[in-house]
Design a protein. Structure first.
Length: 135
């Protein structure tokens, strides 16, 4: 009787630890598990690769960032299918939330990436110990 209770308690502790630390375990285990199984545990849905022309038609282009002239033509030499889906989705979210244009959303995303890496919008480091001038 005690054996069954101790075995059950060990099983429950292991199950709890797997559920609690699944965000750390799943990236490692996803290399060995099928995508459909990983998707059930992480709310992950594989992204569809949009082509450059589909992204340009969806508004992910401007005069400063012209997808059509740089990537769609046959002699452009571009081997990618389209832009990075995570970046495009983040820019779409910024455009919807901030009610801004594509170029403004790109700038906001770029400044967020810089801030996350400890860099001010003007390109100088935000670390107080960084040496920025020699005088």
């Amino acid at each position: 009787m005690f054996f069954h209770l101790s075995a059950l308690s060990v099983f429950l502790i292991i199950a709890f630890l797997i559920i609690y630390y699944r965000s750390r375990i799943l990236p490692i285990a996803s290399k060995y598990l099928p995508t459909s199984l990983v998707a059930k545990f992480t709310n992950y849905e594989p992204l569809r690769n949009f082509s450059f022309s589909e992204q340009a038609n969806a508004g992910i282009t401007s005069n400063n960032f012209d997808l059509e002239s740089n990537n769609i033509s046959e002699n452009s030499g571009e081997s990618r299918i389209g832009l990075d889906e995570r970046g495009v989705e983040e820019i779409r979210r910024i455009m919807a939330i901030e009610k801004c244009t594509f170029d403004q959303a790109r700038l906001i995303r770029h400044n967020r990436i810089l801030a996350k890496n400890g860099i001010a919008p003007d390109g100088t480091p935000m670390d107080s110990k960084a040496i920025t001038r020699l005088s």
